[in-house]
Write a protein that binds this ligand. Structure first.
Ligand SMILES: Nc1nc2c(ncn2[C@@H]2O[C@H](COP(=O)(O)O)[C@@H](O)[C@H]2O)c(=O)[nH]1
Ligand SMILES: [Mn+2]
Length: 334
């Protein structure tokens, strides 16, 4: 915590802990994946090294597809659910899509290495068995839960920073409430049932989110499309045929490589970045300009599937229900 003359300063001075506690019920699993221990590799990761504290990256977006997007509700499909979520037509919404930065990836890499070392000759070390390697398996689930919990914290700090940025732009405090926070690409263990939702998120139905506003409505599902399409707020139907899951995003239509080679794919988006491709300082550096433009094409709306083409079949199959559509205004990419 940063203090100056005994006062809390910086972003943490904006932290309203009572609000944060109340919002916990609007998190998947109340914002905590339980674990038996902290993976020692993971503990090292958050400690000081020669140059910097790596935990200082908490509150940053990360890379790849991850983003923070300011938008507004332009269509409400289910008024009762939207009201429970605190939304109505025209509400301003911040969509945060970010994970554990590279914590989770490190846990995965370390687990594979441990499994390879522990394997006997002739065994397939790529299969981690609950029965054969209970210690390794437990350690994997613990490290995994550590990463998921770090991701909850990461999104919490992003929310704090983004709300402060909006407040400063408007010159006044802004009232805000969390709609929902859930992880995806994650392992959920419930008794003997283990569900690995890859490219998917939970879409549990009525009755699962006890003591939250969603208890009798179904679990919220936030499905982003692209910086052109924005996102849909949906509600899970708890369909056992689909393992109480839904797609976690529209997904790519073009690979990054395919998108880079297309012309006129950016759809006329106005891009503001740390490097302005029109800057005179870049004259004579066509290689730099070409790389910036290629990266913009990778994330262009046309590189992703149209959001409605992904949502419609899931609605038809009773996986999810439509609640509210969110149109994008400004997207910040990692
Ligand atoms: N509203 C926006 N949606 C976006 C953007 N970039 C990607 N996406 C969608 O989100 C998920 C992210 O997937 P993941 O691979 O990181 O888990 C993806 O399915 C896209 O459809 C954006 O800028 N805005
Ligand atoms: Mn993701």
């Amino acid at each position: 915590m940063i203090t100056y003359n005994g006062r809390v300063t910086g972003l943490l001075s904006k932290l309203d802990l009572s609000r944060a506690w109340v919002d916990l019920e609007r998190h998947s699993d109340n914002g905590v994946f339980s674990c038996e221990d902290i993976d020692p590799d993971f503990a090292d990761y958050a400690q000081v090294d020669d140059d910097h504290r790596r935990d200082a990256i908490l509150g940053t977006i990360g890379g790849g597809n991850h983003f923070v997007e300011l938008g507004y509700v332009d269509h409400v499909a289910d008024g009762a659910f939207a009201r429970a979520a605190g939304l109505k037509s025209g509400s301003v919404v911040l969509v945060v899509h970010s994970g554990s930065l590279d914590f989770g990836q490190r846990v995965g890499t370390a687990t594979k290495e441990r499994a390879r070392i522990a394997s006997r000759s002739g065994e397939d070390w790529r299969v981690l068995s609950m029965e054969m390697q209970p210690h390794l398996y437990r350690r994997y689930l613990d490290g995994h839960a550590n990463a998921v919990n770090a991701a909850f914290a990461n999104r919490f700090f992003i929310e704090l920073a983004a709300v402060e940025a909006v407040a400063r732009a408007l010159g006044r405090e802004v009232d805000h409430r969390l709609v929902y926070d859930a992880p995806h690409n994650t392992v959920w263990q419930n008794g003997n049932i283990v569900r690995h939702r890859k490219g998917a998120c939970p879409a549990r139905g009525v009755g699962v989110m006890a003591s939250s506003p969603y208890e009798w409505l179904g679990e919220p599902v936030i499905l982003p499309g692209s910086m052109g399409d924005g996102a849909w707020l949906l509600a899970g139907c708890g369909s056992s045929s689909f393992l109480e899951s839904a797609a976690h995003g529209a997904g790519r239509k073009l690979s990054r490589q395919e998108a880079r080679s297309k012309t006129n794919i950016d759809g006329g988006l106005r891009v503001v970045g740390p490097v302005d491709p029109r800057s005179p300082t870049l004259r004579g550096r066509q290689d730099v300009v070409a790389e910036i433009q290629a990266r913009l094409k990778e994330e262009a709306p046309a590189a992703y599937k149209p959001i409605d083409s992904v949502v419609a079949p899931m609605v038809e199959a009773d996986m999810i229900k439509k609640i509210a559509r969110i149109r994008p205004l400004i997207t910040v990419k990692g």
